[in-house]
Design a protein around this ligand. Structure first.
Ligand SMILES: Cc1cc2nc3c(=O)[nH]c(=O)nc-3n(C[C@H](O)[C@H](O)[C@H](O)COP(=O)(O)O)c2cc1C
Length: 449
């Protein structure tokens, strides 16, 4: 079982409300020591990686800051997670780190340079979560863009973006091009350096990449959009995919579709993982009581703001007894995230009231699992069986306590049942996850060979 933790470098992860609770210590997010403690815990417990979601957006309603942002602290203030990584890598032995970077703002050269540097500084333990970016309306406004790029255009540009980024990292330097020979005083072998000429529809680049080859060269490529265009991007490039966790049947459909699409591109199936919120205690009753404390903290403003940020739809402004058909085709609907609209349409479409109920306490979270250690592992096994998923991203409610509970109670049970190795995996993240070179890595081998 592949295992990661879903975090943000802020007080509140998961688009739900829990940071004020006494069990939550996430208000320490400004402290490096907090993140070191966190990463060391995961390192020892045998997690594959710590994942940081990220973006420039925040919840808005009616064109301005939503109460869920300023009052409830949902997806609002936070730090740039990339800056944490070298410290966390230095303080851990083997844990991987996956960081989000959007394809919509920086040039691929900038992104390649950051991830190339991070791969050196982590000794090959870095992954890149490629997103086209949530809350694109807010981001466009914040960056002074006149218009928000259209959903499928963003994905078309994203594919080219990853192509250029990985070509920079994979094809410019031969493995043996860096000499740094103090005897001869020669730094690099000229014949081992290849000028890149990239002429795309969205991006152009001509020249050399100035980060010499790192242990993995390209970071492990993750992808997290579940719309058809998102799944296609995943099929083309991703080595691991964060699939949206809705119902087991819906998730199974997406997992199978991503595998089919990858096969159509002649690529191996990417690893598929899904978020899971786990509340575990010695007994199921105790776990349910803890979960109830979290449920009692949720409010409709949080549900609404998050959904609006993702889709452009203000649920509280709609007829609660109608379906989403009442807004399809209006305004920006369908040009921001689409997967959270599509799953509520069709013959058995729920009413707006039912959608709000369904989303309460869910935020951007995937599956919800509550129980004793053995019952939690039973439920995870059932989910893997029903969906074909390769693993999970733990989405804490009360960080850091929930993660400590998981490590102490669930990890031993996962080991006992053979889902996690007795001795945690180590080496590069690519090696730990068992993924080969990216598509452009094959290109490099062809060039070198
Ligand atoms: C587990 C998971 C993690 C995600 N992390 C991010 C993130 O860090 N930043 C972001 O902008 N979007 C993130 N997303 C959202 C998607 O990248 C995407 O913006 C959203 O699903 C809408 O795109 P779609 O229409 O392709 O589904 C995440 C989604 C999932 C399921």
């Amino acid at each position: 079982m592949r295992l990661g933790v879903f975090e943000v470098a802020g007080a509140q992860v998961g688009g739900t409300l829990s940071w004020p609770h006494p069990r939550a210590t996430s208000v320490r997010y400004h402290e490096l020591d907090y993140w070191i403690e966190y990463a060391q815990l995961l390192d020892r417990a045998g997690f594959d990686f710590l994942f940081f979601a990220d973006g420039y957006g925040y919840p808005t309603l009616g064109g301005d800051l939503a109460p869920a942002a300023w009052r409830d602290g949902i997806n609002f203030s936070g730090l740039e997670p990339m800056l944490l990584i070298p410290t966390l890598a230095r303080e851990t032995e083997r844990l991987g780190f996956v960081v989000t970077a959007s394809t919509g703002l920086d040039h691929p050269v900038q992104t390649a340079r950051r991830f190339g540097s991070l791969d050196h500084l982590t000794d090959g333990r870095i992954g890149w979560n490629v997103v086209t970016g949530a809350s694109q309306n807010v981001v466009a406004e914040l960056f002074g863009h006149d218009t928000m790029a259209r959903h499928d255009d963003r994905y078309a540009a994203a594919s080219e973006y990853v192509d250029l980024t990985t070509q920079l990292m994979e094809t410019v330097w031969d493995d043996d091009a860096l000499l740094m020979d103090r005897e001869t005083g020669v730094f690099a072998r000229r014949e081992g350096l290849h000028r890149l000429e990239f002429e795309g529809e969205h991006f152009r680049s001509s020249g050399y990449f100035t980060v010499d080859p790192s242990p993995q060269r390209s970071p492990v490529l993750f992808q997290a959009g579940t719309s058809p265009a998102g799944r296609e991007l995943a099929a083309q490039w991703a080595e691991a995919v964060f699939v949206q966790g809705t119902t087991p049947a819906h998730t199974a459909g997406n997992v199978a579709d991503i595998r089919d699409r990858a096969a159509a591109h002649g690529r191996p199936a990417p690893i598929t993982m899904c978020g899971v919120t786990i509340t575990v205690a010695e007994t199921t009753e105790e776990a349910k009581a803890r979960r109830a404390e979290f449920d009692a903290m949720q409010n409709d403003d949080v549900v609404n703001a998050l959904y609006a940020g993702n889709t452009g739809i203000d649920l509280l402004a709609l007829d609660p007894d109608g379906t989403l058909e009442q807004v399809v085709g209006t305004g920006v609907v369908g040009q921001m995230g689409t997967s959270n609209i599509e799953r509520f349409l069709g013959p058995d479409a729920p009413t707006v009231r039912q959608i709000i109920e369904d989303l309460r306490g869910k935020g951007t979270r995937g599956f919800q699992v509550t129980g004793s250690p053995s019952s939690v592992v039973d439920q995870l096994e059932e989910l893997m069986e029903a969906t074909g998923l390769d693993g999970f991203l733990l989405e804490p409610v009360f960080a850091l306590t929930d993660v400590v509970d998981f490590a102490e109670m669930v990890v031993p049970e996962l080991r006992a049942r053979g889902h996690l190795p007795g001795t945690p995996r180590s080496g590069t993240l690519r090696g730990q996850l068992g993924v080969g070179s990216p598509a452009n890595g094959d290109h490099r081998r062809r060039t070198a060979g």
